[in-house]
Design a binder for this molecule. Structure first.
Ligand SMILES: [Fe+2]
Length: 144
C-alpha cells in the first residue's frame, strides 16, 4: 500500500495475503480512512457462507468478482441476487437480513461507515467500523 503527498492511494491486491475473518470467510483489507470512516476490502467466501443480519450506518457499494450473493433472500424473495460482474449500492440506514453465498464468491466491498450487527430482536450485537475492521485485519491469521 502507498499514499502520495497528494493523497493518491494505491494497493496491488494480488500482493496482499488473504486472511481469515471467520471460518469460511476470508478478506483482504485494502484501505481504511480515519477521516471519512470508509473502509474497503475484498471478501472471499466458501459456498454456504453468510453475513449475519446487519444495518448499514453509512452507504456501501459492492462489486461481485466471482460467484453470486443473495441479498435480502435473493431475487426469488424480492431481494437482490448479485452475480459476477454486478455492482450494487446499499444506502445508509438499510437493514439486511442474512446475506448468503450459495456458491463460492469473491467481491469488493466499499463501506462508507460502520456495520451494526443485529440480534434476533433487532438489538445491537456489535458495531464494526473502520477501526474495528483494521483491528480484525491486524489480528487475523493468514489463510493457511
Ligand atoms: Fe448489507
Amino acid at each position: 500500500m502507498s499514499s502520495t503527498e497528494n493523497g493518491d492511494f494505491h494497493v496491488a491486491s494480488n500482493d496482499v495475503p488473504w486472511k481469515v475473518l471467520r471460518d469460511g470467510y476470508h478478506f483482504k483489507l485494502l484501505r481504511t480512512c480515519p477521516v471519512t470512516g470508509t473502509w474497503v476490502a475484498l471478501f472471499r467466501a466458501v459456498a454456504g457462507s453468510s453475513v449475519p443480519p446487519h444495518k448499514h450506518i453509512g452507504a456501501a457499494e459492492y462489486f461481485v468478482l466471482k460467484g453470486r450473493i443473495e441479498i435480502r433472500g435473493g431475487v426469488e424473495n424480492s431481494g437482490v441476487t448479485a452475480h459476477a460482474g454486478d455492482y450494487g449500492y446499499e444506502p445508509n440506514g438499510i437493514i439486511h437480513e442474512k446475506t448468503c453465498s450459495p456458491e463460492p464468491c469473491e467481491y469488493l466491498f466499499i463501506n462508507h461507515g460502520p456495520l451494526q450487527y443485529l440480534d434476533d430482536d433487532g438489538g445491537t450485537l456489535f458495531v464494526l467500523d473502520w477501526m474495528g475492521i483494521q483491528e480484525k485485519w491486524d489480528a487475523a491469521p493468514l489463510v493457511g
